[in-house]
Design a protein around this ligand. Structure first.
Ligand code: CP
Ligand code: NVA
Length: 306
C-alpha cells in the first residue's frame, strides 16, 4: 500500500523515530541511498518557497531520482481543473507528488484520488516536513525528545498545529501562547490532547508568553502573517508582548534554545539579537530539512521500511 505524508500523524511514533534515526545516518552518508533511481517526483508549489523547494529538489536528486518543479500557476489547476482529475493524470507520469498549497483538503484529495505517494510541503493547516527536521534538530541538541518542554510563542498557525500534534505524540510537553483569537486549530489541539493521554505529556494553550516559557527547553516561533494572509488586517498591535526577546528568554530554562522555521521577520516575532544568538540552531533546522526529507522519501519508497 502506498504511504502518504499529508498529516504528521500519518506516521506513528515508532515510524517517526525510524525516520529520525535514518535522517541522522544519511546526514553523514548523503549518497548512501538511491531509492529514487528511475523515479520522477513532481514538486507542485502554489505558494512561494526557498527551503522546501530547494531541499526537495536536491534531496530527490541525491536519492537518484528526477525532481520536477511545477509552478502551480503554470498548470491547469490554476484554471479550475479539479484535484481528482489532476491526481489521476499525474499518477500516470510521476512516482510521487510533493505539494505546497492553501487548502489542506486539496492535499488530502490528491492523496485519495492519486495512486502515488503524496507529501505535504505546507498547507494552511500543517507543515509536517518542517517538524520532522525540527525534531531531528532538537534530538541533536538535547540527545533526546521525551520529557523536554517546547514553548511556542506567536500566531496559532500551521506550524503551531503540527508542533502540537508532533510534540504530544513524541513525548514532548508543549505550551502554546498566542494572543486571544489567534489560538491554534481546534482539531489539532484535540489530536494533541489524545496523544497526550498516551504519552502523559502536558499540552497547554495559553495567552501568556511568560507562563508558557517557564521551564521550557525550546522556545519556538514563526511569522505573525503567514503566506496567503498578507492582505488581512494589520496584526502587529494584537501581537504586542509576543516577541521572543532577551527578557522572555531569561524566563525559560538556562540551557534553552530558540528555534524558527524561517523565513523570519526580525523585530516582530523575534528580535535580531536573539535570532543571531541562536543562528546556529536555526540554520541547522534549515539544513535538516534536506536530511529529514531524504529519510522520509527513503521510508516511503521502501514501503514503510527503512
Ligand atoms: N520553512 C519553510 O518551509 O521555508 P520555505 O517557505 O522557504 O520553504
Ligand atoms: N506559517 C508560515 C510558515 C512558513 C514556513 C506560513 O505558512 O507562511
Amino acid at each position: 500500500m502506498k504511504r502518504d505524508f499529508v498529516n504528521f500523524e500519518d506516521l506513528n511514533k515508532d515510524e517517526v523515530l525510524q525516520v529520525l534515526d535514518y535522517a541522522d545516518y544519511i546526514k553523514k552518508n548523503p549518497f548512501d541511498s538511491s531509492v529514487l533511481k528511475n523515479k520522477s517526483i513532481g514538486l507542485i508549489f502554489m505558494k512561494q518557497s526557498t527551503r522546501t523547494r530547494l531541499s526537495f529538489e536536491v534531496g530527490v536528486h541525491q536519492l537518484g531520482g528526477q525532481p520536477i518543479y511545477i509552478q502551480g500557476s503554470s498548470t491547469q489547476l490554476s484554471r479550475g481543473e479539479d484535484i481528482k482529475d489532476t491526481a489521476r493524470v499525474m499518477s500516470r507520469y510521476l512516482h510521487g507528488i510533493v505539494i505546497r498549497t492553501y487548502s489542506h483538503k486539496e492535499v488530502e484529495d490528491l492523496a485519495r484520488y492519486g495512486s502515488i505517494p503524496v507529501i505535504n510541503a505546507l498547507t494552511d493547516y500543517q507543515h509536517p516536513c518542517q517538524v520532522l527536521a525540527d525534531l531531528q534538530t532538537i534530538r541533536e541538541r538535547f540527545g533526546k525528545l521525551e520529557g523536554l518542554k517546547l514553548a511556542y510563542i506567536g500566531d496559532g498557525n500551521n506550524m503551531t498545529n503540527t508542533l502540537l500534534i508532533a510534540c504530544a505524540m513524541m513525548g514532548i510537553n508543549i505550551s502554546v501562547a498566542t494572543p486571544e483569537w489567534y489560538e491554534p486549530n481546534g482539531k489539532a489541539v484535540k489530536k494533541a490532547l489524545d496523544f497526550a493521554k498516551e504519552t502523559g505529556v502536558s499540552v497547554e494553550i495559553l495567552n501568556d508568553p511568560e507562563k508558557a516559557v517557564k521551564e521550557a527547553d525550546v522556545l519556538y516561533t514563526d511569522v505573525w502573517v503567514s503566506m496567503g494572509q498578507e492582505g488581512e488586517k494589520d496584526k502587529k498591535k494584537d501581537f504586542e508582548g509576543f516577541t521572543i526577546d532577551k527578557e522572555l528568554l531569561k524566563k525559560a530554562n538556562k540551557n534553552a534554545v530558540v528555534m524558527h522555521c524561517l523565513p523570519a521577520h526580525k523585530g516582530e516575532e523575534i528580535t535580531e539579537e536573539v535570532f543571531e544568538q541562536f543562528a546556529d540552531v536555526i540554520f541547522e533546522q534549515a539544513e535538516n530539512r534536506l536530511h529529514a526529507q531524504k529519510s522520509l522519501l527513503n521510508f516511503i519508497y521502501r514501503g514503510g521500511n527503512i
